[in-house]
Each structure stands twice: as structure tokens, then as C-alpha cells.
Design a protein around this ligand. Structure first.
Ligand SMILES: O=C1C[C@@](O)(C(=O)O)C[C@@H](O)[C@@H]1O
Length: 254
């Protein structure tokens, strides 16, 4: 597999890390307004965090919102993400609902990438990866620790598992308790990228201390960085314009 993943015209894994902006609206109207505001920021990708949406448990309402978002940003690669409460998201839904939700969106042709949490039943993960790929949809296999930073070996082992299970973009977000934890995430990223990954990976250390990891992906090996429009979807996301300036500054220095 190539170490670059091209989604619409965006080459993930090449050059400057790609900027993704999350949509976190509760209603369809809010989502439309957010999508309009996001368009002006011209990010490389958008992520719909469906766990914030009031209609998340109603499949017709999810399709309606997805169509509304798509009508505003038809060309932008779109990630569909239900982030569970146990991994820092807004809600918890049943195992069956999670699988059905993601499978329906993968089949709809309205999202380019679905985010599947690695720590689901392995059968569910494999089934969702297969279903997505059957529809030409890519998969982020993700893991989040909102409390701590696991040891380097554990971070690498989770990213390798995500790759082994067929995730097109293995991803991990961890919380630093100290500057040393940020270094652990950066070292794990660099080692994964240089020793094991045959595809782009996404990593970040969250909150203020971790901001450096959202800026330095091109140096250490993370291909996508999440920036905030109005409201961040996780601690440590910075505004898109500042993010872009810093990414470009680092790119020019390399
Ligand atoms: O997993 C991620 C990364 C993230 O948690 C962050 O820290 O930027 C933000 C989430 O919206 C996204 O799904």
C-alpha cells in the first residue's frame, strides 16, 4: 500500500499535514451554519462529529443532516465520526446501533471516510472495514485516552493493530500529564512511521502541553491535524489560520 492516501484531491501523508475541522452542531441548522463558516476557512478535510447531533439515533435524521452538510461542502473530503463517551465523545449507543450507523453512512456515498474506534469487538471492526471498503470509503481506526498517555510500546502496538485490521488511517489521541508524555507520543509517532507504518498515521497529544504535536506532524510523522473553527471538539485544538501559518513555517524550514 502506498504511504499516501488520496481522498478526493487531498494527498494525505504527503508534505504539509492536512488540516481537518470538526463540525459539532446539535441541530441541522447549526450544522449548516457551521459548514458555511468552515468553508471560508478552506481546510483540507471536515469531520462531522455525529455524537453531538440531536438526531444521532434516528437513521433518517442522520441522512438528512449528512445531505445538508454535503450540500454546503460537496467537494471537501468528509470524515464521519461517532465518538463514544468512553473515548471522550458526547454519547454512548449500543453496539448494534454503532455498527448500523456506520454501515449505513458507508453505504450512502455521502462520507469519504468513517472513523471506527479500535476498542470495539474485533468482529465489528472487521465487518465495518469490509463494508466501508466495499463502498470505496476509507476507514480511520482510532483510539483515544482522555486521561493519560500510555507507554510508547503500547501506543505503537495500538497503531499497529489498527493497521493490521485494515484501517487506512491508524489514529491515536492521548492526554499528557507532563511534558515527558508529549515526548512519548512524539517518539511513538516517529517510530511507528519509520519502522512499521505502510500508510499515513494520525497522532496527537491533547490539551495545552500537547499543542506542539498538532503542529509538528510533518517532522515526526502525523499526517492530519485537527483545528478549531468556532468550537473545538477536543482540548488543545487551535484556530485554523494560526495552525496553517505554523504548519507552513515548519514546512519551509524542512
Ligand atoms: O479523534 C479526533 C481527534 C480529536 O480528539 C483531537 O484531539 O483533535 C478531535 C476529534 O474530533 C477527532 O475525532
Amino acid at each position: 500500500m502506498s504511504s499516501i492516501l488520496t481522498v478526493k484531491n487531498v494527498a494525505i501523508g504527503e508534505g504539509v499535514p492536512k488540516i481537518c475541522v470538526p463540525l459539532v452542531g446539535v441541530t441541522v441548522d447549526e450544522l449548516k451554519q457551521e459548514a458555511e463558516a468552515l468553508k471560508l476557512l478552506a481546510p483540507d478535510l471536515a469531520e462531522w462529529r455525529v455524537d453531538f447531533y440531536e438526531g444521532v439515533e434516528d437513521s433518517a435524521a442522520v441522512q438528512e443532516a449528512l445531505q445538508a452538510i454535503r450540500s454546503v461542502i460537496p467537494e471537501l473530503p468528509l470524515i464521519f465520526t461517532f465518538r463514544s463517551a468512553r473515548e471522550g465523545g458526547e454519547k454512548e449507543i449500543s453496539r448494534e446501533a454503532y455498527v448500523n450507523l456506520n454501515a449505513a453512512v458507508a453505504a450512502s456515498g455521502l462520507a469519504d471516510i468513517i472513523d471506527v474506534e479500535l476498542f470495539n469487538e474485533e468482529d465489528d471492526v472487521t465487518a465495518l472495514v469490509e463494508a466501508a471498503h466495499a463502498h470505496g470509503v476509507f476507514v480511520i481506526l482510532s483510539n483515544h485516552d482522555f486521561h493519560a498517555t500510555p507507554p510508547k510500546s503500547e501506543i505503537i502496538s495500538r497503531l499497529r493493530k489498527a493497521q493490521a485490521l485494515g484501517g487506512d488511517l491508524p489514529k491515536i489521541a492521548v492526554m499528557p500529564q507532563s511534558p515527558a508524555d508529549v515526548l512519548t507520543l512524539l517518539e511513538a509517532t516517529h517510530e511507528m512511521k519509520s519502522e512499521y507504518a505502510d500508510r499515513p498515521i494520525i497522532t496527537m497529544s491533547m490539551a495545552g502541553a500537547g499543542v506542539i504535536s498538532r503542529l509538528a506532524g510533518e517532522v515526526f510523522g502525523s499526517a492530519v491535524t485537527f483545528g478549531a473553527a468556532r468550537k473545538p471538539s477536543a482540548p488543545g485544538q487551535i484556530a485554523v489560520a494560526e495552525l496553517r501559518d505554523t504548519l507552513n513555517l515548519l514546512h519551509r524550514s524542512l
